[in-house]
Design a binder for this molecule. Structure first.
Ligand code: UT7
Length: 334
């Protein structure tokens, strides 16, 4: 019998500390008005000093496991998407999260696809399940972006926040419950649009690299903005067309939460209503690979997400990478 992949649960973790726009006004030459007008962001959450990406990922994952009703012992793959791993580059954050959750002797690894990481993980989980290799996969998007942000650079420090989201993807024989489609792609031509230049094999760790601040994220904001709007829109048009759906068939459009202006431009050009578009950027900022699962968790917790509701995920990020996914929520809801 054919085996399909279904999203059984969602969970998220948001660190306690809030960094507001007025806090940032005291740190760099910016204003609350500029930030809200250009990005829609009002505040973001920042992890504690002793709180790592794996700590946040493990908390989101625990919630997703509990809500799925699946025993921890039945999880046979743990995947984490992050560009702010606990360590550069081993052990993987997925291995550390597995240890923290006591999921032992199970395959675990990280992927690096920046903001597209969670949807990339969905495609990997789908392939593992449909091939019959795995049955219950824990996928996690977790970021301590504050660890690579230069809090003297006003063009980036206002954008990013920390957090984590997780889901359980399980095998099902029901086509109705299954992930409908995923498109994922990349183009390294634009690798320099979003980059953390060091440490790595190009710029190994040394004093000069620290003096030159190469360990912090650098972004060509305006160029990224324009490509993001174009790619995110095109991606949705394609996946809807392939599946004979219209924008109005989608109750929950969950775009990557980078900038309200990007989300609005994409939503408007697709003819999406305000009710269809999930928006969390105002309170979390851009949390990279955690942004999509944190947004899904938001509509789960508010009771907006109902069992079987179709979701359209759409993301874009460093690499450059982009991805979209069509899937029903196949777990219990509030
Ligand atoms: O998650 C991955 C994908 N990432 C994204 O999609 C991010 C895409 N980019 C963006 O969201 C926007 O480009 C930003 C919010 C980063 C910047 O907005 P923008 O409208 O593209 O502004 P800009 O970079 O063109 O800068 C306009 C002006 C500049 O001043 P001048 O040269 O016109 O005098 C900047 O120096 O705004 C200035 N500026 C600021 N002013 C006050 C830049 N950052 C700030 C700031 N506060 N924080």
């Amino acid at each position: 019998m054919a085996q399909y992949a279904a999203m059984r649960s969602i969970g998220a973790y948001v660190p306690e500390k809030v960094l507001s726009n007025s806090d940032l006004e005291k740190m760099v030459d910016t204003t609350d008005e500029w930030i809200v007008k250009r990005t829609g962001i009002k505040e973001r959450h920042i992890a504690a000093k002793n709180e790592s990406t794996s700590d946040m990922g493990a908390k989101a994952a625990s919630m997703a496991i509990e809500r799925s009703g699946i025993a921890k012992e039945d999880i046979d793959l743990v995947l984490c998407a992050t560009v702010t791993p606990d360590y550069f580059n081993m052990p993987s954050t997925a291995c550390i999260i597995s240890k923290k959750l006591d999921i032992v002797n199970v395959q675990a690894f990280d992927i690096s696809a920046a903001c597209s990481g969670f949807v990339y993980l969905l495609s990997i989980a789908k392939a593992f399940i449909e091939s019959g290799m795995k049955k219950n996969i824990l996928i996690i998007g977790a970021e301590k972006f504050s660890s690579i942000v230069d809090y003297t650079d006003r063009s980036t420090c206002i954008l990013f926040g920390d957090g984590a989201g997780a889901a359980i993807i399980s095998a099902t024989s029901s086509k109705k419950e299954s992930i409908v489609d995923i498109h994922a792609s990349a183009d390294g031509t634009y690798a320099d649009f979003l980059v953390t230049p060091a440490p790595g094999s190009v710029n190994p760790a040394n004093q000069k690299m620290l003096d030159d601040k190469l360990n912090f994220v650098q972004m060509k904001g305006n160029e990224t903005f324009k490509l993001a709007v174009k790619t995110l829109t095109q991606d949705v048009v394609e996946i809807l067309e392939t599946n004979n759906l219209k924008a109005s068939d989608i109750p929950h459009f969950v775009p990557h939460q980078a900038n309200y202006r990007i989300i609005k431009a994409v939503g408007d050009s697709l003819g999406m209503t305000k009710e269809q578009v999930v928006l969390t950027v105002q309170k979390y900022g851009n949390t990279s690979a955690a942004s999509i699962p944190m947004a899904i968790n938001d509509i789960y917790e508010s009771g907006r997400l109902k069992e079987g509701d179709l979701m359209l995920l759409d993301t874009f990020g460093g690499g450059l990478t982009w991805a979209s996914a069509l899937l029903p929520f196949a777990g219990k809801t509030k």
